[in-house]
Design a protein around this ligand. Structure first.
Ligand code: FAD
Length: 319
């Protein structure tokens, strides 16, 4: 496997193409995901990220009237999908590893599985609060912030496992990516504080950043400039998504804490049907991609959410 930073270095300034997918919903097979990814392989994605989805809790009424709390993982299989994609398409995969729902021991075991599978790239994240919580709460014996998770991965890269009884441990060799927020992480009190913690992630061992989606390239260019001013000098990969429905005008800002530009909102509001909206979304993403490429983005990462038709249209114009 090639590390993401090596892919970027080997490209010698050419903008790379990458995508992000979700594992299938529990009960669904892998074939439909393969079918979606197949048409994208022509554009030579250098890596495919696979998101991680933590458990959700539901309450089920028992026969005696009492409520039973049940934990459900609706999209398990992140590691399995990574291995399956590597086998099928001979492409590098990047599993997302999160703090939420994991003890340090479970994280260590998950990383050992990845090492055995030959997966040397990870995106290290904190994760969000589960629906029943107002704020993110770490699992007992787990990590509170991505920085702590990065420290654990980096320790394993140095052959330092949790148990001091393991001597001469085999060092892992993970290339660690992290998340960055051109429009600020919603919990951070201000931009400077968010950047301070982003810099800490780099000091702990992060080698590249993937951004939250944005629809206004100036947000990305400003973010890169602020990072450079703050001494963050690793590659910053922009993340893009093409808008597909009118509902996303309200859903995306509420879930991802981002702004949508006036022109994009107006263009979507003028559309007569769903197909027109998709066209507007794809055209917007093409224009964003062209500018990002012209201005030297190391890679453009598309949040495909497992559907490829829009990304294929964009990739045809850009890669
Ligand atoms: P952190 O870097 O830990 O930051 C979280 C907040 O805490 C920020 O406000 C930061 O400023 C602050 N902070 C950081 N360190 C400290 C500290 N030491 N003390 C005090 N404050 C601190 N979520 C998933 O569940 N699964 C996924 O697969 C997934 N993939 C993602 C991919 C990308 C590219 C992005 C951008 C996000 C993804 N997310 C995913 C969402 C992510 O988990 C959330 O945005 C989460 O709220 C923050 O994660 P983080 O790793 O950026 O957290």
């Amino acid at each position: 496997m090639t590390k993401i930073v090596d892919h970027i270095q080997n490209a010698k300034g050419k903008t790379l193409f990458s995508i992000e997918i979700l594992p299938p919903m529990k009960g669904h097979g892998v074939q439909s995901l393969f079918n979606e990814i197949e048409p994208l392989m022509e554009f030579d994605p250098k890596f495919i990220n696979v998101t991680y989805h933590r458990e959700e809790f539901q309450y089920k009424k028992r026969e005696n009237g009492l409520l039973e709390k049940i934990s459900i993982k609706k999209r398990p299989g992140t590691v399995g999908i990574c291995a399956a994609l590597m086998n099928k398409f001979h492409v590098d995969t990047v599993p997302h590893i999160i703090c939420g729902g994991f003890t340090k021991e479970e994280t260590e075991n998950a990383l050992i599985d990845l090492q055995f599978l030959g997966i040397d790239n990870v995106l290290a994240l904190r994760g969000d609060a589960i629906k029943s919580e107002n704020r993110f709460a770490p699992t007992d014996g787990g990590h509170s912030y991505a920085t702590e998770l990065i420290e654990q991965i980096n320790n394993m890269n140095k052959g330092k496992y949790l148990s001091s009884e393991i001597e001469n441990a085999y060092p892992t060799d993970f290339c660690i990516g992290v998340a960055g927020y051109p429009e600020k992480h919603f919990e951070a009190p201000n931009f400077q504080t968010d950047l301070k913690y982003l810099k800490q992630k780099v000091e702990m061992g992060a080698e590249y950043i993937v951004t939250q989606m944005f629809f206004d390239n100036n947000k990305y260019f400003d973010f890169v400039a602020r990072c450079r001013d703050a001494g963050i000098n690793i590659p910053i990969i922009p993340g893009l998504k093409s808008l597909k429905t009118a509902r996303q005008l309200t859903i995306l800002p509420s879930i991802f804490h981002i702004d949508l530009p006036d022109d994009l909102v107006a263009a979507v509001e003028d559309c007569k049907n769903k197909e027109d909206i998709k066209k507007v979304g794809v055209e917007w993403a093409i224009q964003q991609s062209k500018e990002l490429k012209e201005r030297g983005a190391p890679c453009i990462h598309y949040y495909s959410m497992g559907k490829s038709d829009d990304v294929v249209q964009i990739a045809k114009e850009i890669f």
